[in-house]
Design a protein around this ligand. Sequence first.
Ligand code: GLP
Length: 265
Amino acid sequence: MRVIVEPTPEAAAVRAASRVASLVRRRPDCVLALSSGSTPVRVYQELVRLHRESGLDFSQVRTFNLDEYVGLDRDDPRSFAAYIGKHLIRHVNLGRDRAESPDGRAPDPVAECARYEAAIAAAGGLDLALLGIGADGHIAFNEPGSSLRSRTRVKTLARKTLRANAPGFGDAADVPRLALTMGIGTLLDARACVLLAFGAEKAQAVQAAVEGPVTAQVPASALQLHPEVSVVLDEAAASDLARLDYYRETEVAQRALEAALAGGR
Ligand code: GLP
């Protein structure tokens, strides 16, 4: 895991966005898995800025949303499909037909999960998954206890998640209890992952994910098994990490190496 700590959420978002942008430039037809929630909003803003000001071209990119609430139509403003549309798709040159999400209104949600996995495979697999983290360590909607090899499936949301996601619905009681979500195995098959976290309320989950044991009780800890993961944090989210000094030293050395390699080209 490459742990990158930036002074502010803004700087961390720019860092994560530049990772996505460099992939899009290198591989214009790349396949992205996209997270909802408040954390990636600034990343999407930066990608939109890069599109407008530097011509970052999304015309051949395909996106797959990580998850969706069961029962919500993609046009429902509370759906994650609408969220990604509002924050990214509408503002860049990525056709709506290239922006996929699990269908929360599918009559057979189990079959819909199988269809979604097949669609990801047919697209050639995920090149990069942009992930947030729940305060309980969940990624996408893989709640604690999720199988580390799980694929896209229906999950029951934990009470803590219902409370955290209540603002979009008015009340925790109105948040759908079920969601369709990519599994941990689906995410581990992505060629790269970027995990983003901001704020002190994420510090404990980040510490457990990065430095704790790999356990289904902290789904994000499964990312330790992935060879290509960047964890991009602001100072507050990094504040519980025991080996913070080492991550900072690593980052300085890594940047020097990258600059030397770029100079030699
Ligand atoms: C939801 C989403 C996750 C997201 C998490 C954290 O549960 N399913 O993909 O990472 O919330 O959201 P936030 O960034 O708002 O803290």
